[in-house]
Design a binder for this molecule. Structure first.
Ligand SMILES: C[S@@+](CC[C@H](N)C(=O)[O-])C[C@H]1O[C@@H](n2cnc3c(N)ncnc32)[C@H](O)[C@@H]1O
Length: 208
């Protein structure tokens, strides 16, 4: 991987106010993923391909990343960046609304080891329910921005962000109450949630 070009993408995104994953969150997520065997990644929210490219660093040799982006210009930029990084064989960018594309992946019986949700905050619950159907048994789902600048766990009740904050609060409550799954909220960057299936021994009450 051409780290200099990757850094150029990161800086360009920041200069153009394209919201890419914060450095501390990326470091945390990559550390977590390194401990697992990741062959397949699904990302919802490509932007210009920065995080998708970073995820290739922790892939097993034949691993790949599928990533979905709704804005055509960003899809084109992402594909261009991915090509320049020499990652076209590893990353496939889908152009469209994830809410349309995710059901097509389900109908193809696709399964992923890691699913990353990083698109419109108001739709996290819908993305997540599709993600559950696309997750391998040992898979992990991470959603970014779940604490949304600290507003989600505060008593924020302002008008401007009310819809997103209310939906994220519901999202957090929902994922923490799914039978057979464990979810944690980590206060890093803009806040991430981590969800995975509970192990058999935990479900049987012999552990935890
Ligand atoms: C926070 S950015 C993604 C940043 C990227 N993951 C990174 O860290 O490099 C969110 C992206 O999701 C896209 N998006 C928003 N809603 C979407 C949807 N329903 N389906 C697909 N992409 C969507 C936006 O256009 C935007 O480019």
């Amino acid at each position: 991987m051409d780290e200099i070009y990757l850094d150029k993408i990161r800086k360009e995104a920041r200069n153009n106010h394209i919201p890419i994953l914060l450095d501390e969150t990326m470091e945390y997520v990559l550390d977590l993923l390194k401990k697992r065997q990741i062959n397949s990644v699904l990302e919802i929210g490509t932007a210009i391909g920065y995080s998708a490219s970073c995820f290739t660093k922790i892939l097993q040799p034949n691993g790949y990343v599928d990533t979905i982006e709704i804005e055509e210009q960003r899809v084109n930029e992402a594909r261009d960046n991915i090509e320049k990084l020499g990652l076209s064989e590893k990353i496939n960018v889908y152009y469209g609304d994830a809410l349309d594309i995710l059901p097509t992946l389900i109908s193809k019986n696709k399964k992923y080891d890691f699913i990353f949700i990083d698109a419109s905050k108001g739709k996290y619950l819908e993305f997540f329910n599709f993600a559950l159907e696309l997750l391998n048994d040992n898979g992990i789902i991470i959603a970014d921005n779940v604490l949304y600048k600290g507003m989600v766990l505060s008593d924020y009740n302002g008008h401007k962000h009310r819809t997103a904050v209310t939906k994220l609060r519901k999202f957090i409550e929902y994922i923490q109450n799914i039978v057979g799954m464990t979810s944690e909220i980590i206060d890093i960057g803009d806040g991430i949630s981590i969800t995975y299936k509970r192990k058999e021994e935990e479900l049987n009450g012999t552990k935890g």
